[in-house]
Design a protein around this ligand. Structure first.
Ligand code: PLP
Length: 413
């Protein structure tokens, strides 16, 4: 027997252990995906955290109010708390607050951390809903100002900082054009200027990138996407670096009543266990499809952070873990918008033409009329989202089937 193995066995035999206790030592990320935040139910031993459908929680006495941690489900619910603890562990956070959707998380962040008269420098390319609520609600209705600019260049962000800037809001990779942000540099800039750095990393998941590890103060996740990963639920999370930020986020959630339903938390506690497996396969499918698209004569442009031709390849390799770059890509075809639309109108199953991303099902999205319709047309076109822009979310099906269906549609344009 190998000497090291013998030593290991001898040491293992000397320590008395007990079933149900966690072994000592560092736990790997895949194990955390399955087990973080969750323990067998005290009363029944149920391996899954039960779905607590209960508005209120009975107190033993007035003096012992909140001894068990729960009072009213708008404030805290045990199933949602288990998901919050899991998300916090997976993102290396102090704490996470789970809310009804990704947009609810965005709303909480703007409302909770900015006030009238404050200014925010925000990426000009983001999920369309983020852009809309900043412009139409927080700026037009509530007097917080926003400067939208190109986040590929840290100097541009720097030039747009004003004395009243309180927040820098990035998204990496940005939806839908996949531009990347140098998070370490932007976090340093935020710190120098006494601002919060918020980053939306929905597109790559914490399996690939953890924004807090790169100095961000808050990470935003649409849990609807890869955490859920099966097109079942909507959810969002405000993921906080420290107690002060977490306490403020939690307080705002309670005031706003912006909660996640326990059933959603129950589903996401199960679906996110396989996030690593899914993201590996989705990334592999995306890489294969992107490489194939690059060789197709009717394809004029393919953007995927795993391609050598990707303009910010250095940043992709620096920030994306394990050589994975996620399931999202986009491409342009000969003939511009009419051809792009034709491809999306002719694409067969297994592809689905719809909104959403990050799921087991592969999805093609016409961003101009779906996810980014709520941006001003000129803003959308300035960042390259034309009417025929084709956004792809690779699922976990056989890559060859996905390629065959794309080939058939490309033959028709
Ligand atoms: N952030 C990004 C990057 C997104 O793609 C989306 C939605 O597509 C959101 C936030 C908003 O999430 P939700 O649809 O869960 O409100």
């Amino acid at each position: 027997m190998h000497a090291a193995r013998r030593t290991f066995q001898r040491r293992a035999m000397q320590t008395a252990t007990k079933a149900g206790q966690w072994m000592e030592g560092e736990i790997g990320y895949e194990t955390k995906l399955v087990h973080a935040g969750v323990k067998p139910d005290n009363d029944s031993g149920a391996i899954l955290t039960p779905c607590f459908f209960s508005t209120t929680f009975v107190q033993e006495s007035v003096d012992k109010y909140l001894d068990k941690g729960y009072s009213y489900s708008r404030t805290n619910n045990p199933t949602v708390k288990a998901l919050e603890d899991k998300v916090a562990t997976l993102e290396n956070a102090y704490g996470a607050v789970c809310v009804g959707t990704g947009m609810a998380a965005t709303t909480l962040i703007f409302a909770g951390f900015l006030k009238t008269g404050d200014h925010c420098v925000i990426t000009e390319c983001s999920y369309g809903g983020t852009n809309r609520i900043a412009r139409e609600h927080f700026q037009a209705d509530l007097g917080i100002t926003f400067t939208f600019c190109d986040f590929r260049d840290v100097d541009t962000i720097k030039k747009n900082i004003k004395p009243n800037t309180r927040m820098i809001f990035s998204e990496t990779p940005a939806n839908p054009v996949l531009s990347l942000v140098d998070l370490d540099a932007v976090s340093a800039l935020a710190k120098e200027n006494n601002c919060l750095h918020v980053v939306d990393t929905t597109f790559v998941t914490p399996y690939i990138l953890r924004g807090l590890d790169h100095g961000a103060d808050i990470v935003l996740q649409s849990l609807t996407k890869y955490y859920d990963g099966h097109n079942i639920t909507n959810g969002g999370a405000v993921i906080c670096k420290n107690k002060e930020i977490y306490d403020r986020a939690k307080h705002c959630q309670n005031m706003h009543g912006n909660i996640m339903a326990p059933m959603t938390a129950f589903f996401q506690l199960q679906t996110c266990k396989t996030m690593g497996l899914r993201v590996e396969k989705q990334s592999k499918n995306a890489q294969k499809i992107a490489e194939w698209l690059e060789t197709h004569p009717k394809v004029t442009k393919v953007f995927y952070p795993g391609l050598k031709s990707f303009p910010q390849k250095d940043l992709a390799d620096k920030y994306h873990r394990n050589g994975l770059h996620g399931g999202m890509l986009w491409f342009d075809v000969q003939g511009g918008s009419p051809s792009g639309k034709k491809l999306m109108d002719t694409i067969q199953r297994p592809w689905s033409l719809c909104e959403n991303l990050g799921s087991t099902e592969s999805i093609i999205t016409a961003c101009a009329v779906m996810t980014h319709a709520n941006m001003l047309k000129e803003d959308r076109e300035r960042v390259g989202v034309t009417d025929g822009f084709i956004r792809v979310s690779c699922g976990i099906e056989d890559a060859d089937d996905l390629i065959r269906a794309l080939d058939q549609s490309l033959a028709q344009i």
